[in-house]
Ligand binder design. Structure first.
Ligand code: ARG
Length: 451
C-alpha cells in the first residue's frame, strides 16, 4: 500500500527529504474528522450519480466510520505518521483502502485533493467559528455579569486617557465598555460561520469540474451548505473563509490583550485595583513576595504574535495566480495555527478572568486623585453662561492652586456627583449604565442562538 496518491507517470522515486518538506500532515491532522465528513458526502454524491453501487457505498461508509473512530480514539495520528503520508487526506484515503478492499479504490473517484481540501477547510472553519462565537459570547457575558454586580455595588473610579486620571466613572460603566468588543467579536465569528456555509466546493475536481456526473447538490446538502459553488476554478483556490476566521480570531485576541493590559496595570501594587487569585497568579523563583499576572501578560504577547502570523498567512496569497498553487498549503497551515492559538489564548483569558477580583475601596479612594472633577466644574460654569474657553481657563487656574496647596478642588462636589451629573445617552450615569447592560444582555442572547 503506497501512501502517495500519484506516481504512475514517474519512473524514479521522489526524494524523501523533499517529500518531507512538502508534507502538511502535522499541520492538517486537526482536519482529519472534517475530511471524514467530507468523504462521506462524496460517497453520497458518487452513489446518487450511479458512479458506485450501493454495496461499495456501504463498504466505504463503514470504513470511513471506522477511521472516524480511530481519529477520536487517538489511533489514527500514529498510523498517519508511520505511513509518512503527504497530508491527512492521503492518510485517510490509504486507511480506507486498507479497511475496505476493492471498494476503497473508488473513494477518490471524480475528486481531487483540491476540492477536497477546500471543502474540508470550510467545514473546519465553520466548526471553529461556532466555538469561537461561543467563546467570545461567554467572555462578553462574564464581563457583563461583573458589570451588573458592580452597578449594584455602585463602585466608582477614575477613568484614564493617556494613563492620566480623566473623569470619574462607575466601574460598571468601564466593564460594560470592556464587554462591547467581545460582543462585536461574537458577531464577526457569526458572520464567518454564515459565509462558510454558503457554497460547497466538493465536486469541483482539480479545477475544471468533473467528467463524472457527481451529485453536487446532494453533497452540498449533506454537508450543510446552501448550494454547490458556482465556479470550480474559483472554488478550489478560494481561502477567504479561512482567512476571515483567522482575522476574526486575531481581532478577538487583540481585544482581549487590551483588557489584559489594563488588568496587568491594575494588579500592580501602585494601582491596587485588582487582586488576581492564586489560581491565575505566578510567583518568582527568587523573590518570595512576588505575585505576577502572567496569563494576562501572555495574552498580550499572543496578540502580537498573531498579528504577525496573520500578516504572514495573508502574504502567502500575494501574487498567487487564481487556481490551486502549492503555496495554498502554507496559507492553510498558517490559518489553522492562528485559529488554534487564538482558541487557546481566549480560553486562558476566560479562565484568568474568573480569578479577577476588584478592590472597590482602592478605586473609590483614587477616584478624585488628579482632580478628575475639573471638567464637571467647568461644565457647571458653561451651563451658567460662562464661555467654554473662559471656564476652562478658570478651572485650570484653580487646579494649579489646589495642586500647589495640596488641597481638593471642590470639597462639596465628589466623584459620585460627577457621575450622576452626566446627561447624554451612553454616559456613565447609573441609569444609563443600567440600560447599556440590559441592551448588551439582549444582544448577547441573539448572537448566542443565531449564527
Ligand atoms: N497537501 C496539499 C494541500 O494541503 C493537498 C493538495 C494537493 N494538491 C495538489 N494539486 N498537489 O494543499
Amino acid at each position: 500500500m503506497t501512501a502517495l496518491q500519484w506516481g504512475g507517470r514517474f519512473g524514479g522515486a521522489a526524494d524523501s527529504a523533499l517529500l518531507d518538506f512538502g508534507s502538511s500532515l502535522e499541520e492538517d491532522l486537526v482536519l482529519a474528522p472534517f475530511d471524514v465528513t467530507c468523504s462521506l458526502a462524496h460517497v453520497a454524491a458518487l452513489e446518487s450519480a450511479g458512479v458506485i453501487g450501493s454495496e461499495h457505498a456501504a463498504t466505504l461508509r463503514g470504513a470511513l466510520h471506522a477511521v472516524d473512530a480511530e481519529i477520536a480514539g487517538g489511533a489514527f495520528t500514529p498510523y498517519a505518521r508511520a505511513l509518512g503520508a503527504e497530508d491527512v487526506h492521503g492518510a485517510i484515503d490509504a486507511r480506507v483502502r486498507e479497511l475496505s478492499g476493492g471498494a476503497g479504490e473508488w473513494l477518490h473517484a471524480g475528486r481531487s485533493r483540491n476540492d477536497q481540501v477546500a471543502t474540508t477547510l470550510l467545514l473546519y472553519v465553520r466548526e471553529r467559528a461556532r466555538t469561537a462565537r461561543h467563546r467570545a459570547h461567554s467572555i462578553a457575558g462574564a464581563i457583563v455579569a461583573r458589570a451588573r454586580e458592580e452597578l449594584e455595588a455602585g463602585t466608582v473610579m477614575a477613568a484614564c486617557t493617556h494613563r492620566q486620571p480623566a473623569q470619574p466613572v462607575l466601574l460598571a460603566f468601564m466593564l460594560a465598555a470592556w464587554s462591547e468588543p467581545f460582543v462585536r467579536a461574537a458577531q464577526r465569528f457569526a458572520c464567518v460561520e454564515r459565509d462558510a456555509a454558503k457554497y460547497c466546493p466538493l465536486g469541483s475536481g482539480a479545477l475544471a469540474g468533473s467528467g463524472l456526473p457527481l451529485d453536487r447538490e446532494r453533497a452540498a446538502q449533506a454537508l450543510g451548505f446552501a448550494a454547490p459553488s458556482r465556479n470550480a476554478l474559483d472554488a478550489i483556490g478560494n481561502r477567504d473563509a479561512a482567512l476571515d476566521l483567522a482575522h476574526a480570531c486575531v481581532r478577538a485576541v487583540v481585544d482581549a490583550s487590551r483588557v489584559a493590559e489594563e488588568l496587568v496595570a491594575w494588579s500592580a501594587p501602585a494601582y491596587g485595583y485588582v487582586r488576581l487569585g492564586d489560581a491565575a497568579s505566578t510567583g518568582s523563583s527568587l523573590m518570595p513576595q512576588k505575585r505576577n499576572p502572567d496569563p494576562f501578560e501572555l495574552v498580550r504577547a499572543h496578540a502580537a504574535k498573531l498579528v504577525g502570523a496573520y500578516a504572514g498567512a495573508l502574504a502567502t496569497l500575494c501574487g498567487l495566480a487564481p487556481s490551486y498553487q502549492r503555496d495554498l498549503q502554507v496559507t492553510k497551515s498558517q490559518a489553522i495555527a492562528i485559529v488554534e492559538d487564538a482558541r487557546a489564548t481566549l480560553g486562558a483569558f476566560a479562565r484568568a478572568w474568573d480569578a479577577v477580583s476588584f478592590s472597590r475601596e482602592r478605586m473609590e479612594r483614587a477616584a478624585l486623585d488628579g482632580f478628575t472633577i475639573a471638567t464637571d466644574l467647568a461644565d457647571a460654569l458653561v451651563a451658567a453662561g460662562t464661555s467654554p474657553r473662559e471656564a476652562h481657563a478658570r478651572i485650570g487656574a484653580q487646579v494649579a492652586r489646589a495642586e500647589a496647596e495640596g488641597a481638593a478642588l471642590d470639597p462639596s462636589f465628589d466623584a459620585r456627583a460627577s457621575i450622576a451629573a452626566k446627561r447624554t445617552r451612553g454616559s456613565t450615569a447609573p441609569g444609563d449604565v443600567r440600560d447599556q447592560i440590559r441592551s448588551l444582555e439582549r444582544e448577547l442572547a441573539v448572537v448566542e442562538t443565531r449564527p
